[in-house]
Design a protein around this ligand. Structure first.
Ligand code: NAG
Ligand code: NAG
Ligand code: NAG
Length: 250
């Protein structure tokens, strides 16, 4: 007799519990509503009403990607609704997918994608730079998670910033090595940038830099002036000749 009111309350509580929605995914959600994935992979998300109600098979569902409604086929709305992200691209990193009931947007569930990728560094590039000109080498170090370090070497040993008059800048996307005025004996050789990712390890790119002899800049203005003189002279010659020709015809 004593436990009856409490059991009654429990049943009552269950019956009136708010209907919710839940998201099932492949790969599974890890931790705080985050799905770990990589570029070119596929992520599938399935949304289901969740709350023990009889009416849930008729519940219409809505998917949002970063707050914008995802267009769904009619048969993919009632009772269960799936969206598929394939292939996963850079822009999907940090994207939030939300599913809610069509009739009540406050009943919702969300997941966020964490797309990991390594820096796009590989291969070798030939670079020719004129003596006394500026040398600029760039490496794409954009990655998720961000790279922990970037290093530059010349002929296998760390670039001597002071001796070579180099500066290195890094804005999180690109690491740039610059020398404002190159000299063959100091700057020619094989450069390499290496980025270290805490997840993907080392990635690097090489540059074969050759310093070429300075060429004379083409003297454009004197050239034009000279050309004008030549043309005018020719024109005058024709004109004077023409008067002779016409005279002779008379
Ligand atoms: C939507 O659901 C919330 C939470 O269950 C509820 O408080 C609210 O009254 C509902 N709104 C409508 C319009 O049904
Ligand atoms: C994304 O995944 C990477 C690698 O596991 C992790 O270091 C980073 O903290 C994650 N970011 C978020 C926002 O979960
Ligand atoms: C790097 O090595 C190349 C080939 O051995 C050599 O020609 C060049 O002078 C070296 N560069 C420097 C700065 O030592």
């Amino acid at each position: 007799m004593m436990f009856r009111p409490s059991l009654f309350h429990l049943l009552f509580y269950c019956a009136t519990q708010t209907l919710g929605v839940k998201i099932q995914s492949e790969p599974e959600v890890s931790g705080e509503g985050v799905i770990q994935t990589e570029l070119q992979r596929t992520v599938t998300l399935l949304c289901l009403p969740d709350g023990g109600s009889e009416t849930q098979a008729d519940e219409e569902l809505v998917w949002l990607r970063n707050g914008a409604v995802v267009i769904l086929r009619e048969e993919n709305k009632k009772g269960r609704s799936s969206v598929c992200v394939t292939p996963v691209i850079h822009e999907d990193n940090g994207a939030t997918f939300t599913c809610h009931l069509s009739r009540n947007a406050t009943i919702r569930a969300s997941v966020t994608l964490n797309v990991t990728y390594h820096p796009q560094l590989s291969g070798s590039e030939e670079v020719a730079v004129e003596d006394e000109s500026a040398l600029v080498l760039r490496c794409d170090i954009w990655a998720n998670p961000p790279v922990s370090s970037v290093s530059w070497t010349l002929n296998g040993s760390a670039v001597d910033l002071f001796a070579g008059g180099f500066t290195v800048t890094n804005d999180g996307f690109t690491s740039q090595l610059t020398a404002s005025s190159v000299e063959k004996s100091v700057h020619e050789g094989t450069y390499q940038c290496t980025a270290n990712s805490p997840v993907y390890g080392e990635h690097s790119k090489r540059f074969q830099v050759t310093v070429t002899e300075k060429t004379m800049k083409f003297p454009l203005m004197p050239m034009i002036a000279g050309l004008v003189v030549v043309i005018l002279t020719a024109l005058l010659a024709v004109v004077s000749r023409w008067s002779k020709i016409t005279k002779c015809c008379k």
